[in-house]
Design a protein around this ligand. Sequence first.
Ligand code: ZN
Length: 193
Amino acid sequence: MSKILAEVLAANSDYAAGFGDKANLPMPPGRHFAILTCMDARLDPAKCAGLSEGDAHVIRNAGGRASDDAIRSLVISYKLLGTRECFVIHHTNCGMETFTDDIMRGLLASSLRTASVDASGWHDSGEGPGSTEGNYIDWLTFSDNAKSVVEDVQRIKAHPLVPGDIPVYGYIYDCKTGKLVEVPEATQAGKAD
Ligand SMILES: [Zn+2]
């Protein structure tokens, strides 16, 4: 068994042993809100936003982008499970600022090995084969973090399947301090009608 697999199963066994009254939580989030955020390992929404099991929906992807699939989840979240507010939370030092579609596509075309990064950018080991399938994916990278939060809030707000009375708040989590810093232009764009 891999070391990680053993560690995860042991941790889960401890967790389940103290599960107690969480057995009867209802499916709809008790605090009626959703968070769309990045998958970055340094950002733990439960801790930085004070969530317990059953509180909120957390939708995560690379960058915390308002992709079609993130919107699919948000629509299910309000339409079927009653959430009434939404946060878009990106973070400082996001990996999505370090590459472009062209760079990612080139790395994948070169090989499927893990690439390395240094001051001059991303480099591939070149131990192919790679694949050109990456050319068909929009990697949703960005170069201006605050602007990307505004764009994602705007996309959610403008979506025909999202009702206008749901406010969408825009924030950037600071990986150095643990603080959520508002992007005022995003929150302004996300105001409920
Ligand atoms: Zn990130």
